[in-house]
Design a protein around this ligand. Structure first.
Ligand code: H79
Length: 431
């Protein structure tokens, strides 16, 4: 096997980038009601077939996707090469259940990888371990036909080893045919959960991971193969909390710090969901991003493109909103991470080198008191316009400091304008 660099070296780009685009796209975009629609509604293969038969994303232009994502401030992207329904966007030789066999008639992954790479993105592949289409995938509690006794009886002899051969073969294709791939995102393991549960034994995860590292020695691999985490090349490189803001930094495994990435949706669904009204406003997305970085993590934010291959206007508006904040606040996110200083209430700190960024989530009247920062800050300014923010270092002996009485020594006080700057979250840069 080729030499594998340390996790710290391999993950340097990942933890610096901080913000990525997730794309969930497949024939479920035509159903337009969640990527789990086949399992939720217990649709049979025949009932699901029209979405494949009519799949024709005639407006698809990956250069536009890359442009929208870049302007949002994202610097890596992860695309669903295959989701749980088994449909492949890539031109696999191991199946006909792929974009090349739909009316669209060609590979979607090659041009996408090319467009994102050319724009400057790192490239990651999502690959579903679950597969509801493959003839040897044993029915389990997540399967669309999980309650169909006749179907279960008729499929009893399915051989999960034969399925694992297929899965390994497809991952080999993905990591051989598209040049340098920076990240693999497997989804997911559920050993011990119900009948025909599947995990590292069924996926043959150890063997699969060794193959990934041999084909792409620099690659980062997520934690859903059911192996260990952060303990060398036989284990995962980062963790993947899903649709939550972890309360803490969530990255200590066996005493060592491991990168982590919160994956998040714009509206609660990963696939295009036409009638869903749960859209997060840009201000919430910005707060999720900075909260994640303040805890040392990454955010992978998802778009579910339409059946015609576009980001719909609601998704584009959300990305543009985040992008406007990122344009002005990138130094507080990119290359930044956790700080050991403790922020005041309703604030977060991120830190990049010896610069500290104070993110103010709720605007206070006049003052913010920063514990432990007296004597440590030479200059303070708003990040969005570089205008100075006045500082006072509290001194109990100074009679003009009576209004600050009671603050612990070592406190630095900021004097703020009455009206909050017109940005989603104002940030003070402490230099
Ligand atoms: O690909 C995205 C999801 O489809 C997949 N992981 C992300 C990245 C995923 N989401 N949830 N899960 C995997 C775990 C399964 C959750 C379930 Fe359900 C709860 C399956 C059935 C009940 C949510 C609600 C999905 C369908 C109904």
């Amino acid at each position: 096997m080729s030499e594998i660099a340390s996790l710290e070296e391999r993950s340097a780009w990942f933890t610096a980038d901080r913000f990525g685009l997730f794309v969930h796209w497949g024939v479920y975009a035509a159903a337009a009601r969640h990527e789990w629609v086949r399992a939720r509604e217990k649709l049979t293969e025949e009932q699901y077939e029209p979405y494949f038969e009519h799949f024709d994303p005639d407006l698809h232009d990956p250069v536009k996707w890359a442009e929208d994502a870049w302007n949002a401030g994202m610097r890596y992207f992860v695309i669903t090469t295959k989701h749980h329904d088994g449909f492949c966007l890539f031109d696999s030789e191991l199946t006909d259940y792929k974009a090349a066999s739909t009316p669209y008639g060609r590979d979607l992954i090659g041009p996408m990888v090319e467009a994102f790479r050319a724009r400057g993105f790192k490239v990651g592949f999502y690959y579903s371990l679950i597969d509801w289409h493959h003839p040897e995938f044993p029915v389990d509690l997540y399967h669309p036909q999980r309650d169909d006794a006749d179907y279960i009886k008729a499929t009893e002899g399915r051989d999960v080893t034969a399925y694992a051969d297929y899965l390994h073969g497809q991952v080999r294709e993905l990591l051989t045919n598209y040049g340098r791939i920076d990240l693999m995102w497997f989804d997911f393991s559920y050993e011990g959960r119900g009948f025909n549960a599947k995990g590292p034994k069924e996926w043959r995860s150890a063997e699969l991971m060794a193959m990934c590292r041999e084909l792409q020695p620099h690659i980062l691999i997520n934690n859903r193969l059911g192996l260990g985490i952060g303990q060398g090349p036989d284990t995962a490189d980062f963790t993947t909390p899903e649709q939550v803001q972890p309360p803490g930094h969530e990255n200590e495994f066996a005493g060592s710090a491991v990168p982590w990435e919160a994956c998040q949706t714009l509206n609660g669904s990963w696939g295009y969901d036409r009638d869903n009204l749960d859209w997060k406003p840009p201000g919430m997305l910005v707060r999720m991003l900075l909260d994640t970085v303040s805890k040392g993590g990454n955010m992978l934010l998802n778009v579910g493109p339409t059946g015609r291959g576009e980001f719909d206007p609601r998704a584009r508006d959300a990305l543009a909103g985040v992008g406007e904040w990122m344009r002005l606040h990138e130094p507080a996110i990119r290359g930044a991470g956790r700080s050991s200083f403790v922020p005041p209430a309703d604030c977060r700190y991120t830190q990049r080198g010896n610069r500290l960024y104070l993110h103010i989530l709720s605007w206070p009247m006049k003052h913010l008191h920063l514990a432990g920062l007296a004597g440590k800050v030479a200059y303070a300014r708003f990040l969005h316009d570089h205008s100075e923010v006045k500082r006072v270092e509290y001194n109990p002996a100074n009679p003009f400091h009576n209004h600050l009485k009671g603050l612990p020594e070592g406190t630095l006080t900021l004097s703020l304008p009455t009206v909050a700057p017109a940005v989603e979250v104002p940030v003070v840069e402490l230099i």
